[in-house]
Design a protein around this ligand. Sequence first.
Ligand code: NAP
Length: 525
Amino acid sequence: MKLANYVYGQWVEGAGEGIALTDPVTGEALVKVSSDGIDIARALDFARREGGAALRAQTYEARAAMLGAIAEALAAKRADYFDLSLRNSGATEGDAAFDVDGAIFTLKSYARAGKTLGAARHLKEGARVPLAKTEVFQGQHFLMPLTGVAVFINAFNFPAWGLWEKAAPALLAGVPVFVKPATPTAWVAQRMVEDVVAAGILPPGAISIVCGSARDLLDHVTECDVVSFTGSADTAARMKTHPNVVARSVRLNVEADSVNSAILGPDAAPGSAEFELAVKEIVREMTIKTGQKCTAIRRVLAPAPVARALADAVGGKLAGFKVGNPRSEGVRVGPLVSRAQQAAAFEGLAKLREECEVVSGGDANFAPVDADPAVSAFVQPTLLFCDKGLAARHVHDTEVFGPVATVIPYTDTTNAIAIARRGQGSLVASVYSGDAAFLAELVPAIADLHGRVMVVDGAVGANHTGHGNVMPTCLHGGPGRAGGGEELGGLRALAMYHRRCVVQGGPALLDALSRDAADAALLGA
Ligand code: NAP
């Protein structure tokens, strides 16, 4: 069976043989995808003309209601998405929940927040700017929804959340969406779009999906569109330099890879609440979604005197995890999504092992539960230890996209700051400490290179939202190596789907334009 693409208001099967999606546990070929023969220019044009016009005719609150209805439609089919996640990604129930429930939660969050913008169709920003000696000529800044299409080119690890965390703010802004999910795990995204289309919630052209190769997609984007890319730094570099993207100054948001840190403070000694919280979170980050999260902890920075004890505590816990076929009782860690990802992880691990010792795992020949290693895509959860600090060549640069992390001892706060910054821009750092002096020095010193810094101490305890958890109300993204993009952050995300324009003129005109505009200050409220 070939999954159909939804373009120009129709379900269209791609031409040719197609590319098979596989079950990473059994190696079984599942369905095929193909974008061959799809007229991408026509699909984008239809989305802009039909979808954009219909969405912009609605108010923010009406579009917020659409998001709520989408969340309900998806929640009703949740079990189907869990099943597809298991078959197409080898996801455990917890892994599937992270992706699918995360998507529904994000949609609901935007449905709620969007209501506060009321019956407006654009946004007014700030006060009138005086431009003449009298009020006869003034300026007013507005944020106007883009008249183009929001093109999402997504990564394989979040087929559900990756689609809806982007689509929610775009649709709320009145911008139609066109998604190209990553090929290996496209099934869940394709099914979700199918269900949303069938539910008749969105106007024609408001959502399109093309599965398989992106082909000439970027040749057809324009200055009215926005491209939001999530994936590897290599692909991001190709997008940033694409001739059409450059020539037309197409707005491009990039979420790329990242070597995120967990940092233990000097007070996080064994037996302390901070030490225990760190151990729990590191283990969780390494195992949930088998470490295939852009936000996952890759480097663990610990004061030199406690680094060994920390590594032993994490390694000891990892050893107790059953790794294998998620259909099997008690299995908590599934495979990577494909043999190609497994090969890439092994390659990265080999590099890291040149300068690290293995604390736990690391056996390429380990036997997964109820799965044949010859056809499956498992990687044993592996904790490494690197005592080379800043002198290490690979641990600060190589993101092994799997259940792998490295403990790195640091000598003092200055050294911890330098190691965290050596990631050259990350999505998140989590800090486990209640030492006010340490935090006052460390947090501001790393904040400009991290999209998010999460600080946990004994008082926060289990109330934190998680190192790797992206909350819809908080910023997601990171500078430098992490891509330089910004997503979510509640209504702040709407800025990407609007363009700022200052209108200069007389008060009657500015009054008319301002009358039904919502206050842009609400985006940061
Ligand atoms: P990838 O290989 O870069 O692919 C990402 C997407 O780009 C896929 O949809 C892919 O399509 C598409 N693509 C590839 N070449 C293209 C081209 N020349 N033109 C247009 N589209 C193209 O990345 P991945 O392996 O799927 O994802 C893993 C990476 O994503 C990891 O490094 C991870 O850290 C990062 N990630 C970051 C975030 C974040 O929010 N910062 C979130 C998740 C993942 P095909 O699949 O058809 O090749």
